[in-house]
Design a protein around this ligand. Sequence first.
Ligand code: MLT
Length: 313
Amino acid sequence: MRWKILLTDGLKAEGQAILAQQAEVDDRSGISAEELLKAIGEYDAVIVRSRTKITADVLEAAARLKVVGRAGVGVDNIDLEAAKARGVTVVNAPQASTNAVAELALGMMFGLARRLAEADASMKRGEWLKKHLTGTELHGKTLGVVGMGRIGSRVGALAKAIGMRVIGYDPLIPAEEIARRGAEPVAELDDLYAQADVITLHVPLTPQTRHMVNAEAFGKMKRGVFIICAARGGVIDEEALYEALESGQVGGVGLDVFATEPPGATPLVTHPRVIATPHIGAQTKEAQTRVAEDIATEVLAALAGKTLRWRVV
Ligand code: MLT
């Protein structure tokens, strides 16, 4: 049987080739929410990235839909309850982008510590701010990893290689396992806030994590702390973050994700001590090839009723 599969946010050729062996594939990258509602009824499966929202309304209109494939990790753009209720399987590709996201987080740490964005911008204005652009070294500093899953653990391992002390907090992972993954476990988030010179966030967006990093949390951190978020917009309260940057409580921020994407040139994005990137954590050639292969294989397995590696619901 040849399935009909819709791509709404693109998929690298390697993944499309796998799908094409068993399915008719329609690449409608950038499809609007209205067009998606009209089109979805024709398809057995849809593969999305973070842009496309698979809402209860979309699922309601999806008479033939059996599988939603998320070409990436986060599934906050998919109404999982509605999918479950309609018997639609949701699968993702949780391993493929681990290293890419971890390397971006580390890159942001270096960028903040050595003020690379400010230095580059000043050079492009024709200035030579050598004395003004004093940075700090990461070696010997403490990195607090919030969320010790695949990506958080990888960031910790990379940070240890440059001589950072790594502490980890994750309420879902036992202390011994956090230690096995290479970080010193801390029992409370407040302990991490009190000790860390750099904090990197690797948690999904859920009702529990929405605005978990807020004004109260900033108040518990070391003055001048650097914060990195390449996880999900919404985990940080952006208004409180702006205030904390302005007061100097937060020394710098690396943001790859935003509550609203794209955010536009907001005061937060344009703040001189913010390094902002357009949700490119997983956007490497290597990661996107692996994501495409993994999700294509998994979606076909789900359509064929085979055992799945990464079933979400
Ligand atoms: C993810 O959750 O894997 C990322 O957000 C991927 C993406 O850029 O869509």
